[in-house]
Every structure is written in structure tokens, then in C-alpha cells.
Design a binder for this molecule. Structure first.
Ligand code: FES
Ligand SMILES: [Fe+2]
Length: 384
């Protein structure tokens, strides 16, 4: 098959999967995970258009604190200003294109490591040595390029799409239980970046189904997961989907701390597993949260930003925060290793010539929502 024909075939398979009912649905066609053309469509129609999550506002609590990220080939940084406003900028010097900041940190001004052009926290160029003979050069006319940024329940979202509607509008139908958890107050404990050799959709799908939890994660978080107890959100939108699940009282994580007075009744052991499309994957529990933010780097590689945070009373009750942090990192290392094993394993399966899509369980309802989302974004030939 020529590439064009193959892409058409894969998109028609995607449409078939998306249009089936959940009771009749299958997994996606394996070719959708390995095709470079599908990756190109996802890049231009999804990742260049949608709101993406580089982290949480609580990751940069003080003026000058910054974190870096990228949208496709565009490096960006997000920084809290002196006025407490969080802004995003292109992470590229206005002189000769040097990348300005790496990783995370804090600074009072941004000094380019190449020729020391210097920018204020509002992006304004405030210093440019030896530019006095450059005719008409006026540093007050030069600023870093701003990038659109919004905050939703403490999560930062950025996009290069000037036409994208506000995040809060897209997520307006998200039930308001996030306010009960006061998720924006959760205290960050760890943020890490990883690169896995798999297709980003396999990792997203793995995150949003609980079917594998009691099996692939039986040594960790799967032990307390009761599949019969999940409560799918009945009205998934084109911007998000989730389900709620409940943990038994003896589960190692997932119960409210006695000092948590925000959550009452069943909410004290209820967690949410969900996704803000395309690639912000969230577990929100009464005692902690963790999330992944995925950026595909080709059909066969995904960059993962992983963050975990504790509910404030859980954070405050720690006797030895450093030790607790190490224990939390060790637990998430185990969970991530369990997921990496399956996600890289199924990517091998997706490349195998005899592979055909299998049927879905009702526990995989979010995979079906994901297929509907993908079809809406990359299905058809018209730019959306
Ligand atoms: S590239 Fe930044 S100062 Fe020259
Ligand atoms: Fe998992």
C-alpha cells in the first residue's frame, strides 16, 4: 500500500472504532500506533492546536521560579513574575536564537548564556551589551515572544494556537468535585521527565484504564483497586473523560487523612482517573495526586513529564519529609516500571504483522472515548 492509501485505510479503521458503541468497540488498529503519517497528523492537528500541561502553578510558588517545556519544536518557559502572575514565553533569545533556560530554577532576570542579552520577568529586554552602534536599536521595543497560558485548578496549560478557546470553557462540563479536593492546594513532591520507546497513545490508553491495575500493578497500587466499583462519567466531552473509583480503608494510598475536613462521606476514599485530552493524564485521590503530560517525539518515542503531589494535611503530617519523598519516589518508580513493561511490550505487539485489534471491556470505556476524540481531530481529510 502506498503511504497515502495506508493512511486513508488507518483513518477509516479509526472512524469505524470511534463510531462503534462501547459494547461493540475494539482497540485501535495497530497501524495507528506505528505510522509516521498518523504521527504527522497528530502533530499538526492535535499537539499544535490543543492546550497542553507543562506542570502545576504550585511547582513555581515564588516570583522568579520557572519551569521549561516544549510544544513541538518550540521550547518555552513558564515563570512567575514579581506581580505573582504566571507567564509563558518562547524560550529563544531575540538576538541569535539561543535557548535561554533549561530544566527548572529561579532567577531575578533572564540572562542569555550566549551574549548576555538580559530580560525582565515580564519578558522585556532590559540589557544588551555593545549594541550602542547598531542604528535604531531600541531595547524597549524588544520582548520575548509570549505564549498563551491559562491555569485550571492549579494546572498550567499552554498552547501555540491563538484561536483555541479558553481552557475553562472546554472543561466547563467537568463536574465540580475538583473544588471539594481543593486540588490547587496539593503540594508538589516530585516532578520528573522520562523518555520511553513507545507510541504516546499506548501510554495514554494504559493510564486511563483500570482493567490492568489488579494484574500489572498487583505489587503496588493495583492491590486496592476494585474494578466492580468504578463509576464511569456518563457524559464524556471532546475535551476530557474520567471515572471515579473507591479504595478500601487498608489501601496504601487513596484515603483521606484524618485532618482532611474538605471531603466527607464516600468522597473520603474516592479517586478520579481521567484525561484532559489529548495528553494530560490525572489520578486525583483524597491524599495525593499524580499526573503525566505526554509529548510524542515521533511515532515510536514519547517524552513524559511525571508529577506527584500530596494533599496539604498529608504533606504537613510527614515527620521526615525527605524520607517520605524518597519513599514516594520509590513507589512511583515501581509503578512506572510496571507500566513501562506493558507499554513497551504492547508497542512490540503493535508492530507485529499478525496483530489485529482485540475487543474492549467496559472497564476500558475511556479508550473508546479516546478513539472518538482522535477521530474528531485527525479523522477525515479536512484540517480541524
Ligand atoms: S543569542 Fe542571546 S545574547 Fe546572543
Ligand atoms: Fe498502569
Amino acid at each position: 500500500m502506498s503511504n497515502n492509501n495506508e493512511t486513508e485505510f488507518l483513518l477509516s479503521e479509526l472512524a469505524k472504532t470511534a463510531k462503534a458503541s462501547l459494547e461493540e468497540a475494539t482497540a485501535l488498529h495497530p497501524g495507528l500506533y506505528r505510522s509516521g503519517e498518523i504521527h504527522d497528523l497528530e502533530t499538526s492537528r492535535i499537539f499544535a492546536k490543543e492546550w497542553l500541561c507543562p506542570g502545576r502553578a504550585a511547582d513555581i510558588p515564588n516570583p522568579g521560579d520557572y519551569l521549561t517545556y516544549s510544544i513541538g519544536d518550540q521550547p518555552i518557559f513558564i515563570q512567575r513574575g514579581r506581580d505573582d502572575e504566571i507567564r509563558a514565553f518562547a524560550n529563544v533569545c531575540r538576538h541569535r536564537m539561543m535557548k535561554l533556560l533549561d530544566g527548572t530554577g529561579s532567577c531575578k532576570r533572564i540572562v542569555c548564556p550566549y551574549h548576555a542579552w538580559t530580560y525582565g520577568l515580564d519578558g522585556q529586554l532590559i540589557g544588551a551589551p555593545y549594541m550602542d552602534r547598531s542604528k535604531g536599536f531600541d531595547k524597549t521595543e524588544i520582548s520575548l515572544k509570549p505564549v498563551r497560558i491559562e491555569i485550571w485548578h492549579g494546572w498550567i496549560y499552554v498552547t501555540l494556537n491563538l484561536d483555541a478557546g479558553p481552557v475553562a470553557d472546554a472543561l466547563a462540563d467537568f463536574p465540580d468535585f475538583l473544588n471539594l479536593y481543593k486540588v490547587e492546594d496539593y503540594v508538589p513532591v516530585v516532578t520528573q521527565d522520562h523518555v520511553w520507546q513507545t507510541n504516546w497513545k499506548l501510554l495514554a490508553e494504559n493510564f486511563i484504564e483500570g482493567y490492568h491495575l489488579p494484574i500489572a500493578h498487583k505489587a503496588t497500587v493495583g492491590a486496592g483497586y476494585r474494578p466492580d466499583d468504578i463509576e464511569p462519567f456518563e457524559n464524556p466531552s471532546d475535551a476530557f473523560t474520567f471515572h471515579l473509583f473507591r479504595k478500601p480503608p487498608d489501601a496504601i494510598v487513596g484515603n483521606a487523612h484524618p485532618d482532611n475536613s474538605r471531603l466527607t462521606g464516600d468522597w473520603r476514599n474516592t479517586s478520579m482517573l481521567g484525561v484532559v485530552f489529548p495528553s494530560h493524564l490525572i489520578v486525583l485521590a483524597p491524599d495525593h495526586l499524580w499526573y503525566l503530560s505526554l509529548r510524542p517525539k515521533g511515532a515510536d518515542e514519547v517524552h513524559i513529564r511525571f508529577g506527584a503531589a500530596l494533599a496539604p494535611e498529608v504533606f504537613d503530617a510527614q515527620k521526615d519529609p525527605e524520607l517520605e519523598r524518597e519513599k514516594m519516589i520509590a513507589l512511583f518508580d515501581m509503578i512506572n516500571a510496571e507500566d513501562r513493561f506493558v507499554v513497551e511490550g504492547i508497542f512490540a505487539g503493535a508492530r507485529a504483522p499478525l496483530t489485529e485489534p482485540g475487543r474492549l471491556s467496559w472497564l476500558e470505556h475511556m479508550l473508546h472515548d479516546f478513539a472518538i476524540y482522535l477521530n474528531a481531530k485527525i479523522g477525515g481529510t479536512e484540517e480541524k
